[in-house]
Ligand binder design. Structure first.
Ligand code: KMH
Ligand code: ZN
Length: 274
């Protein structure tokens, strides 16, 4: 089976230190978490950034500062800025993370509107999605197509029909927000993307580890980290993103999947090394 790419979503925009004191806010904390994930075996860092008080931001200046600092400690890691940002941000704000130098190799592209719990709605109209896809294509940024349900795969295919995506496509199935997170759901999603695409999956909260194990066994790639889950196991708060990456590495070992280095991940994802 293909080597396993482990992505670490080290920060997110919604989780707080009140929920787990190890959630990073400052540049130093973000670097600490990126390094812990990288040292444990993550090839890719999915990045959100915060102001020091924990407020999520898509500020280009803050992203640049964090990326430069991560680069010093994790020289070859793939850094994938979020263009999702936080609920309520404008499209222009969200796109600021792609304006750093050098241009990021990848960025997320959220492929639909989604209920985020309570009254929160994460809005991605067709025009937002097509506009983000065009900008990424023009700048040579590979989108990780974030799909929270099967309908979002269908929207991604509308963007593809318009010529806005470059094949092979790469998807991230985010299970347990808008759709449930069972192995049946995972198989359905994996069977619904075009042949030749690569895919990562993540299970939110309590779904994290069953989805990671099933994904590794199925030949997909995994995403773990504080953005999606704060626990190493039932009732055990993770001390770092590195601890969660180490658990994914352990699962991979048990299931016979060697773990990809960043450069091996670049080959699997057809990225041009920057
Ligand atoms: N924080 C969410 C509103 C992404 O990074 O592209 C969006 C999100 C997805 O996390
Ligand atoms: Zn994210």
């Amino acid at each position: 089976m293909e080597k396993l790419i482990i992505s670490a979503c080290i920060c997110g925009a919604e989780v707080t230190k009140e929920q787990n004191p190890n959630v990073p806010y400052t540049v130093e904390e973000i670097v600490r978490e990126a390094k812990s994930a990288y040292d444990a075996g993550a090839a890719l860092i999915h990045l959100h950034v915060r102001w020091d008080d924990g407020t999520p931001t898509q500020s280009m200046v803050r992203f640049q500062e964090c990326v430069n600092a991560i680069r010093k400690e994790c020289p070859d890691v793939i850094i994938q800025p979020s263009t999702g940002g936080a609920v309520g941000m404008t499209d222009l704000e969200r796109l600021e993370s792609t304006e750093i130098v050098p241009t990021p190799e990848m960025a997320t592209l959220d492929c639909g509107t989604c209920n985020f719990g309570g009254d929160e709605i994460f809005i991605n109209t067709d025009n937002t999605i097509f506009n983000f896809a065009k900008i990424m294509k023009d700048r040579g940024i590979k989108p990780e197509l974030e799909v929270f349900d099967k309908g979002m795969i269908d929207i991604a295919m509308k963007a593809d029909k318009k010529g806005l995506l470059v094949h092979p496509l790469h998807f991230d199935f985010v299970l347990g927000v808008q759709m449930t997170a069972t192995v049946r759901d995972l198989v359905f999603m994996a069977n619904s993307i075009p042949e030749g695409s690569t895919w990562t999956a993540t299970g939110i909260g309590k779904n994290a580890w069953n989805i990671a194990a099933a994904t590794i066994a199925m030949g997909g790639h995994v995403r773990v980290g504080f953005e999606d889950n704060l626990y190493l196991g039932k009732g055990i708060l993770a001390k770092s993103n590195g601890e969660m990456v180490a658990k994914a590495v352990e699962l991979a070992k048990i299931l016979g999947r060697p773990v990809a280095t960043p450069d091996e991940a670049r080959e699997i994802l057809f990225l041009n090394k920057k």
